[in-house]
Design a protein around this ligand. Structure first.
Ligand code: ZN
Ligand code: ZN
Length: 213
């Protein structure tokens, strides 16, 4: 090196030092001042970061979203429970209606036989054929009632809860189509991570002092 570089600050002294960052030349005095300046800037950044970290630790910025999501989940849960209760009530009502209908039918048949028996007895109006027919009617009724108990004519068809894909009924998803975020969500759900201090935010400042002959 033959030409001597002058200090970028004072322009009078020889620039014996260069800053690895801005590539300027400085005399020793101004190089120290330049380093001081960078140190002050670093302090500013550190202060801002500390304030942000304090804010982060003091209040949960995610709590608003969490309570909103929890509210929606609670609503979904109560709607589902209401629907289950309503469906169970409906099917109970159907069972009652169907069985009452059947019972009413049997009762009518019984009453017909009872009425006919009483009438024929009162009026002394019966022959072998009538007795056989009435006995047959009573046997048939007895058989029908026995059948109901031994071979129920109604059965329930139930969609088993293990066959329902519950995880598709309600699930969490990112609003954006950011697949990277989605992957993060999946990874975080497996290993819950705490707050990580980002060393890169206060980037290390490299400098060197070169002596030029
Ligand atoms: Zn200087
Ligand atoms: Zn510099």
């Amino acid at each position: 090196m033959t030409t001597l570089n002058r200090c970028s600050k004072c322009s009078t002294s020889v620039g014996t030092c260069t800053c690895a960052g801005c590539k300027d030349y400085f005399c020793t005095k101004h190089f120290i001042a330049h380093r001081k300046e960078l140190q002050v800037n670093l302090e500013h950044i550190t202060d801002t970061q500390n304030r942000l970290l304090k804010q982060f630790n003091e209040n949960n910025h995610y709590s608003g979203l969490q309570s909103s999501l929890f509210t929606q989940i609670d609503q979904w849960q109560s709607v589902i429970i209401q629907k289950v209760n309503q469906t169970a009530d409906n099917i109970r009502q159907q069972v009652t209606q169907m069985l009452n209908g059947q019972r009413e039918e049997s009762k009518v048949k019984f009453q017909a036989v009872v009425d006919e028996l009483r009438k024929r007895k009162e009026e002394d109006d019966f022959v072998e054929d009538d007795l056989a027919r009435l006995k047959n009617s009573i046997d048939q009724l007895q058989q029908e009632l026995g059948e109901v108990q031994q071979h129920p004519f109604l059965e329930l068809h139930v969609e088993r809860s293990e066959h329902i894909d519950w995880n598709r009924l309600i699930y969490l998803e990112y609003k954006s189509s950011d697949t990277k975020k989605k992957k993060n969500l999946e990874a975080k759900s497996e290993t819950s991570q705490g707050f990580e201090y980002d060393a890169q935010s206060t980037s290390t400042l490299k400098s060197k002092c070169n002596n030029h002959s």
